[in-house]
Design a protein around this ligand. Sequence first.
Ligand SMILES: Nc1ncnc2c1ncn2[C@@H]1O[C@H](COP(=O)(O)OP(=O)(O)OP(=O)(O)O)[C@@H](O)[C@H]1O
Length: 290
Amino acid sequence: MNPLIEARHLGLHYGRKAALQDLNFSIAPGRVVGLLGHNGAGKTTLMKTLVGLKRAQGELKVLGLDPVTQRGDLLSSLCYIPDVAVLPRWAKVSELVTLMGGLQPKFSAERAHALLRRTSVGLNDKVKHLSKGMVTQLHLALIAAIDARLMILDEPTLGLDVMSRKSFYEMLIDEWCDGERSVLISTHQVEEVESLLSDVMMLDEGRLVLNISLEEMDSRFVALSHDPEAAEAVAAGHPLLRYRMAGRPAALFDGVPPETVAHLGQRVRPSLVDLFMALTRKPEIQPREG
Ligand SMILES: Nc1ncnc2c1ncn2[C@@H]1O[C@H](COP(=O)(O)OP(=O)(O)OP(=O)(O)O)[C@@H](O)[C@H]1O
C-alpha cells in the first residue's frame, strides 16, 4: 500500500533556528499516529509543512502530492485542524454546515448532522453560545464529515476537560477512522492518547527521536522494577531512564536489560509517558543522581 505521507530529509529553519532537522518517515493508510514533543519541539511546524503552509527542504509527498505546489488538490482529500482553530462566533451551527457544503466538495451535510447528534451541539445554536468543549466537538463534526483520507489535528483538545477530551477522541475513532484513513494528532496528553494510537512519533528539538508502532514499542523497550537497595547496581547497566513506577524505583532499557542487572528486579511494561520522558527529557526534569 502506498504511504499517505512520505518525508525524506525534511528540514526547516526560522532564521538560524533549526525547527525541523533531517526528518525521515512515512505514514501508511489506516494508522492513528501520535506526534509527541515538548513545547517548541517542532510539532506545529511539521504539521504546517505537511499541509503546505510552510516550505521545507528535502522531499515530501502527502497523498502523493507536493503540499506546496499542489495544495489545492491536496486540501480536497485532507482535513486539518490547526492549533489556533477558530470558528466564526456570529454563525449558527446550521449555517456552518451549509458553508462547508459550499467550500468542500467531499463534505456531507447528512454526515455532519449525524455526527452532531452525538454531541450536545444543536443546529440552531450560535457558536458564541457554545462552551470551548462544544466548539471543539462541532469543529470535529464539520471536519470528520469530509470524505478525506488523512486528518491532521494540532493539539485538538487543548483547554478541554477530561470528559470532553474523551468524547472528542471517541468520536474521532468511532466515526472517522475506518482502517483506511489515517490521523496524525499532536498532543501533550501523552497518557490519554496511548490507548488510541497505533504509532508514535517523538520530536525533540526538531529531530525525530522515535518513530515506532505501539506493538514494536512493547517488544523493544523493557522496564525493570527493583528494590531501592539495587539502585546503584541497576544504574551500572546504563538504563535510558531511572524513575518510579507504582512507588518503586524502576529503570527503562532499550532492549533486554544486561545480564548483570536483569536478575535485580521484575520486568514490567513501560508506558508511553516513561518512554517520552526518557527520550525527550530536558535538563530540568532529569532525575537527580544519588
Ligand atoms: N514563525 C516563527 N518564527 C520564528 N521561530 C518560530 C516560528 N514558529 C515557531 N518558531 C520556533 O520553532 C520551534 C518549533 O516551534 P513549533 O511551534 O513548531 O513547536 P511545537 O512543538 O508545536 O510547540 P508547542 O507544543 O509549544 O505548540 C520553536 O523553537 C519556536 O520558537
